[in-house]
Design a protein around this ligand. Sequence first.
Ligand code: B1M
Length: 209
Amino acid sequence: MTDLEDLRQSIIEGDMKSTTSLVESALADGLEPGTILNDGMIAAMTEVGRRFEEGEYFVPEMLIAARAMQAGLKILKPKLVDSGTKPLGTVAIGTVKGDLHDIGKSLVAMMLEGAGFEIMDLGVDVPPEKFVEAIRGGAQVIAMSALLTTTMPNMRATVEAVKQAGLRDQSVIVIGGAPVTQAYANEIGADAYAPDASAAVRVTRSLIS
Ligand code: B1M
């Protein structure tokens, strides 16, 4: 039986090879993908963040941990994403301008895809005008992620740009990321805040219907 503690350690140490094989064996052992994700992988990234905050880890260690996490997510993705469903709508998702964190954003994209949304992944460091273009290109939902307190203001700038373009009534705006709160969503005029990927699916579904 795969030990999730081994999986957590492999991500914390940035060991891509072990992470890949431990995710594979956890799935083969019949562990739920959600359990592998939350209790193994996300828990490991939380520990990486703690070590960084306490000066035990620096950017290179965070980066190699993130690479191991992404390698594991690749294996998990087909289990989280149930393809073949009729699209519920199109979501343009991205991490806001100035911000390069993409793990949470990609996870939210995967879960939305799994729930039946079509995804336009705009990537990271996405300027407001790209989100505006995405609405013009057919997206009904704008989903923004920010992991830094310094980049959160670019969520407000994006909401403003959508208003300026006269597209606010045609789009639903959902925001999330570790420093983001419901109060901030209210303050900047977003339609919803989601604390995690499953909440993102829940709120997007209810707003679109
Ligand atoms: Co960065 N980093 N980082 N980092 N990094 C944090 C965010 C930090 C909290 C670490 C810390 O101090 N404890 C801190 C931010 C402090 C702050 O602003 N308050 C920080 C810092 C300071 C920095 C740099 C400035 C460091 C430096 O250079 N001195 C720098 C900034 C670079 C930039 O973006 N311009 C930096 C760089 C990096 C790396 C590149 C090394 C790497 C990212 C690699 C990558 O993403 N490809 C990295 C990492 C890995 C982290 C931590 C350790 C982990 C982030 C992560 O992937 N978590 C992070 C500490 C932490 O979060 N504990 C940290 C796992 C992921 C699944 O969770 O992204 O929160 P998360 O997503 C969740 C929810 O938030 C939510 O759902 C997800 C799933 O549940 N969610 C949404 C996210 N987006 C959503 C959107 C939604 C809805 C929900 O709707 C649309």
